[in-house]
Design a protein around this ligand. Structure first.
Ligand code: CA
Length: 233
C-alpha cells in the first residue's frame, strides 16, 4: 500500500538503467517500458502512482500518450512528468497543455528528478490518498490503513479496504463491475467480474457489524454505488 510504483517510459536503455538504479534506492518501485505499447500493457496490469514519460519515443510519442492517459477515466488522475530534450521549449508548454504535471529537461541529475517526483506526488495523489475520509461516523484513514466507526475498528481485508477507499472517494455515482475492476484492481483481464461481488459481500458484512452496510448499494442491472442516501427500490 505504501509502496509507490513509478512507470518509466523511455526508449534509451542507458537512461532507463540510470533512473531505475537511483529511484529504486529512494524506495520507489520502477516498472520500465521502452514504448507506449509496453507501457499500456504494464498499466493494464497495475496502475502506477506516477509516470515518467519521455517525449521522443518511437511510434507513438510521449505527448500523444499523455493525451490518451488523460482521456481514460482510470488513468486520468495519474501524475505525469515529461522528460524532454534541451531546447524544446515549445514542447514543454504543449506537454503541460495536454495534462502533464511537470517536465524536466535532459540531461538532469537523479537528485533533481527525485525532487520533482516528490513535489508532484505531494501536490497530487499522495496528499489526497493519505487524507482521512469521513462519512458520518465512518472514518477511513489511508495513512494508518484503518477503518473505524466511533473509534471501533472495522475488520476488513486489503482488497475490501481498497474497495471502500475507492467508493468513499467516489460517492453518489454508479459504477459497473467492470469499472470497479479497472479502478480497484487496475484492469487486469484475468479477474472475473463476479470477484467484485465477492468482495462487496465481505465489505458489507464487515460494515454491517457497525450499521454501515446500507452505504454500499446495488443498482440492479448496472452495478454498485456508495451513497449516504437511502436506496430507492
Ligand atoms: Ca527518447
Amino acid at each position: 500500500m505504501s509502496e509507490t510504483h513509478i512507470l518509466l517510459v523511455e526508449d534509451e536503455a542507458a537512461i532507463r538503467e540510470m533512473l531505475k538504479l537511483s529511484l529504486s534506492k529512494s524506495g520507489f518501485i520502477i516498472e520500465e517500458a521502452e514504448s507506449v505499447r509496453q507501457a499500456q500493457t504494464l498499466i493494464f496490469n497495475r496502475l502506477p502512482e506516477l509516470i515518467l514519460l519521455d517525449w521522443m519515443l518511437p511510434q507513438t510519442s510521449g505527448i500523444e500518450f499523455a493525451r490518451q492517459l488523460r482521456k481514460e477515466p482510470q488513468t486520468q488522475q495519474i501524475p505525469i512528468i515529461m522528460l524532454t530534450a534541451r531546447g524544446e521549449e515549445g514542447d514543454k508548454i504543449r506537454g503541460l497543455e495536454v495534462g502533464a504535471d511537470d517536465y524536466i529537461t535532459k540531461p538532469f541529475s537523479p537528485r533533481e528528478l527525485l525532487a520533482r517526483i516528490k513535489a508532484v506526488l505531494r501536490r497530487t495523489s499522495t496528499t489526497a490518498e493519505n487524507e482521512q475520509i469521513i462519512v458520518n461516523e465512518l472514518i477511513l484513514d489511508p495513512a494508518e490503513h484503518r477503518v473505524t466507526v466511533l473509534d471501533e475498528e472495522v475488520q476488513i481485508g486489503p482488497t475490501e479496504f481498497r474497495l471502500l477507499h475507492f467508493f468513499m472517494t467516489h460517492p453518489e455515482r454508479v459504477y459497473s463491475r467492470n469499472q470497479v475492476l479497472d479502478q480497484v484492481w487496475g484492469g487486469n483481464v484475468y479477474i472475473e467480474e463476479r470477484t467484485v461481488d465477492v468482495h462487496i459481500r465481505r465489505l458489507r458484512k464487515a460494515l454491517a457489524l457497525h450499521g454501515y452496510d446500507h452505504l454500499i448499494q446495488t443498482v440492479r442491472g448496472v452495478g454498485y454505488r456508495f451513497s449516504t442516501k437511502m436506496p430507492q427500490y
